[in-house]
Design a protein around this ligand. Structure first.
Ligand SMILES: *Cc1c(COP(=O)(O)O)cnc(C)c1O
Length: 237
């Protein structure tokens, strides 16, 4: 029964490279159809739950931008990967607790989940203290779902004002549409809000809807399952 668990089978390696190529092709086609430059869309490979060996297969296939949901998990995997491949860029996609701000600022190149004034203040303080300046996106709760993180659309203007007041440069917006709704409405809302605020980064689109997101102006699609396969279901209480 002793298999080497760290050994990624040759088939899986080929699979990851092939899936990345498929996703890149679909992004290019969707961009071209929308009259956009395919190079204006960044593929963020969402590697949460996948071990470092699997992530390295994506790196070997040329992928450089990765997304993770949890600070602790990313911290266990990415320092070594980034040491070996300094051009790897890491995005935080999940909720950030104030007590993890220091670690997050040290590790991530982009934090996509700025979602409340307290967090904005903690980030401004830590960035000032450390001199490290990850790029920041504000997560918008476009579906106004009570269980979901993000600034409500109606509160975005004052929140952006607050960020400016405390010297926090925001580069763009991110959203996760409700699972049971047509994402197009949400993509349109986010793209519109980004334009209104003069923000150039629009992070939207996941495995099931990234082509639609590209048509609506997404600059960063976050694709997990379509590259790495289905994740194990999180244990529920
Ligand atoms: C997990 C996750 C993704 C990727 O989802 P897939 O459906 O596997 O592509 C994208 N964005 C966020 C915020 C996520 O948590």
């Amino acid at each position: 029964m002793s298999e080497a668990p760290s050994q990624v089978a040759a088939d899986d390696r080929a699979d990851i490279a092939r899936r990345i190529e498929t996703v890149r092709g679909a992004i290019s086609r969707a961009a071209a159809e929308a009259g956009r430059d395919p190079a204006s869309v960044t593929l963020v490979a969402v590697s949460k739950t996948n071990p470092a060996e699997v992530i390295l297969e994506a790196v070997a296939a040329g992928q450089r931008v990765f997304g993770e949901n949890r600070v602790q998990e990313a911290k266990a995997k990415f320092p070594d990967i980034k040491a070996a491949y300094p051009d790897v860029e890491l995005h935080l996609l999940g909720p950030l607790q104030s007590n993890k701000v220091k670690e997050a600022v040290a590790l991530f190149d982009v934090i996509q989940s700025v979602d409340r004034p307290k967090l904005a203040e903690a980030l401004a303080e830590e960035m000032e203290r450390s001199g490290r300046r990850p790029r920041l996106l504000v997560q918008v709760n476009t579906g106004e779902e009570p269980q979901k993180a993000g600034i409500l659309p109606g509160e975005l203007d004052p929140f952006m004002d607050r960020c400016r007041e405390i010297g926090l440069a925001v580069e763009g917006l991110m959203c996760i549409p409700p699972v049971d709704e047509d994402p197009a409405t949400h993509f349109a809302l986010l793209a519109d809000a980004a334009r209104r605020h003069g923000l150039k980064v629009i992070s939207m689109g996941m495995s099931g809807d990234y082509e639609t997101a590209v048509r609506f102006g997404s600059t960063h699609v976050r694709v997990g399952t379509a590259i790495f396969g289905a994740r194990p279901k999180p244990a529920t209480a």
